[in-house]
Design a protein around this ligand. Structure first.
Ligand SMILES: Cc1cc2nc3c(=O)[nH]c(=O)nc-3n(C[C@H](O)[C@H](O)[C@H](O)COP(=O)(O)OP(=O)(O)OC[C@H]3O[C@@H](n4cnc5c(N)ncnc54)[C@H](O)[C@@H]3O)c2cc1C
Length: 456
């Protein structure tokens, strides 16, 4: 059967458009450390929207399920396929269809890496603000399909805020265009927003029009340490109350700090149990003012405060922040990490609850993340070779989702539902809301062949 599938697909996209389904990179995403993997029946690599449409039409005619795949950096198992499913990997569709720097816009194919889009923008004095942590690996299509966030989502919003148009293939193999290279368009239902965050369950995104913005002339960062979450979160709320708008407002709790403090580039008080990082960006005068305000606010109650001024020191601090996830993994060799989000005034409770839940399950726990958005990477540390510890960590995660929802929050702030959180969606959404979502799914994908077993 597998050979027959690959032969049919070769007929649609040519021999170079079909990959070896045994290649390991098509079996996993970033949930591999939690033991998630799957071997698809076939892997197809279309090179144009017409080829994507031909693949979807063929799948609909033959009742074959499709799993769209971007860079495979997702944290929800969304791109992991089952044995009867065909992976549609967008990696050969990475053209820049059009770039108008003077009009602050670019149209790219879905398979272009996030980092390449950011680099192209930067080279023309522009900024594509979404900055999810695996930007070298993730693709624009994957970012849109998960509405990815990142540290700068606090000021600039998530990926969806920067998408003005999409070309996608929906069942039974139609190319649909929504929006475009224009900044306003309210003609009809907002299909751009519907496909954004749809995790490959409604269609395959082929290309996107992205909005860009002039790059800020300068940026500065302030790092303030506190005794614990209560003091640190009070400082975060004080920043908001003062009306200062940092570009990013991040935190690390005591456990995350412990894991990463050896490489922290500045002095850090021995009793520091919480760290706040706040970045100011904008024109030179604006950055001076914002950084000054941030220092004034954050130094209240802080045990240490660093305000690096050189480009090298600022870069060192962000490099260190990017390494936090790896440093936490290194403590025990594995981790089960989440992305729950709560209203910002409940952040301290969520941080403390994470540690308590971990303790109840006999696991060390910590969190860090996007404080300004109330979005925490609540993490349970495990030995990745211990199935018992991984099981306990998953139980702990289930408890964490309940706590997040009880605090008025959500089970996923940025990574999506995928296959991992699908059993918990009803914690967040009512029966009626899920029914409305199912009606949308049924209308666009009546045979349920687009990424089955994910999201809904
Ligand atoms: C170290 C690290 C740090 C990260 N940091 C962040 C962060 O700060 N913020 C954040 O939000 N995420 C973060 N992530 C998660 C991940 O990078 C993002 O979710 C990213 O957007 C996934 O993109 P991808 O191209 O790798 O998608 P994949 O993992 O390939 O797929 C993700 C989902 O999108 C669907 N999909 C992919 N391409 C398409 C397409 N063209 N059309 C339709 N559906 C498609 C897939 O079916 C799947 O459901 C991080 C991951 C890692 C490993």
């Amino acid at each position: 059967l597998k050979d027959a599938l690959s032969t049919s697909l070769r007929g649609l996209v040519g021999p170079e458009g079909v990959a070896d389904a045994g290649e390991r990179r098509f079996h996993v995403d970033a949930t591999e450390s939690q033991g998630v993997s799957g071997r698809p029946a076939a892997v197809v690599l279309p090179s144009s929207s017409d080829e994507v449409a031909a693949v979807v039409a063929w799948a609909y005619a033959h009742d074959v399920a499709l799993v769209p795949r971007g860079g495979g950096s997702g944290f929800a198992g969304g791109a992991v396929a089952g044995p009867d499913e065909v992976v549609v990997a967008l990696e050969r569709m990475r053209a820049v269809r059009r770039f108008d720097p003077h009009l602050w816009r670019i149209e790219v194919e879905a398979g272009l890496e996030t980092a390449t889009v950011r680099r192209l923008a930067r080279e023309s004095g522009l900024l594509f603000p979404p900055d999810p942590g695996a930007a070298e690996q993730s693709q624009i299509g994957g970012n849109i399909a998960t509405d990815a966030g990142g540290p700068h989502a606090f000021k600039y919003g998530t990926t969806g805020a920067w998408v003005t148009g999409l070309e996608a293939v929906v069942p039974p193999g139609e190319i649909v265009v929504a929006g475009g290279g224009l900044r306003k368009d309210v003609a009809g239902y907002d299909l751009v927003s519907l496909l954004t965050g749809s995790e490959g369950t409604l269609g395959i995104i082929c290309s996107a029009w992205l909005r860009l913005t002039p790059a800020p002339a300068a940026s500065r960062v302030v790092a303030a340490a506190y005794r614990g979450p209560a003091e640190g979160c009070a400082a975060i709320e004080a920043v908001l109350a003062a009306g200062v708008v940092p570009a990013a407002l991040e935190f690390l709790d005591a456990g995350a700090l412990r894991a990463a403090r050896a490489s922290y580039p500045f002095e850090l008080a021995a009793d520091a149990g919480f760290l706040v990082l706040a970045e100011a960006d904008g024109g030179n005068a604006e950055v001076e003012w914002t950084a000054h305000e941030l220092v004034e606010i954050l130094e209240v109650g802080a045990s240490d405060l660093a305000e690096p001024t050189t480009r090298a020191d600022v870069a060192a601090l962000w490099r260190w922040r990017e390494g936090v996830s790896g440093a936490v993994t290194a403590v025990r060799g594995g981790k089960v990490s989440d992305d729950v989000a709560v209203p910002v005034d409940r952040l301290a409770e969520a941080i403390e609850a994470t540690v308590q839940i971990g303790a109840r399950h006999g696991l060390e726990a910590c969190s860090w993340g996007h404080a300004g958005d109330g979005n925490l990477h609540a993490t349970f540390l495990v030995d990745r070779t211990s199935s018992d510890e991984i099981r306990r960590a998953k139980d702990a995660s289930a408890e964490l989702y309940e706590v997040a929802v009880a605090l008025g929050g959500t089970i996923s702030g940025e990574h999506g539902i995928g296959m991992l959180k699908r059993p918990y969606l009803d914690l967040r959404l009512s029966v009626e809301t899920i029914a409305a979502q199912r009606a949308i799914k049924q209308a666009l994908d009546p045979k349920g062949l687009m990424n089955p077993g994910k999201l809904l």
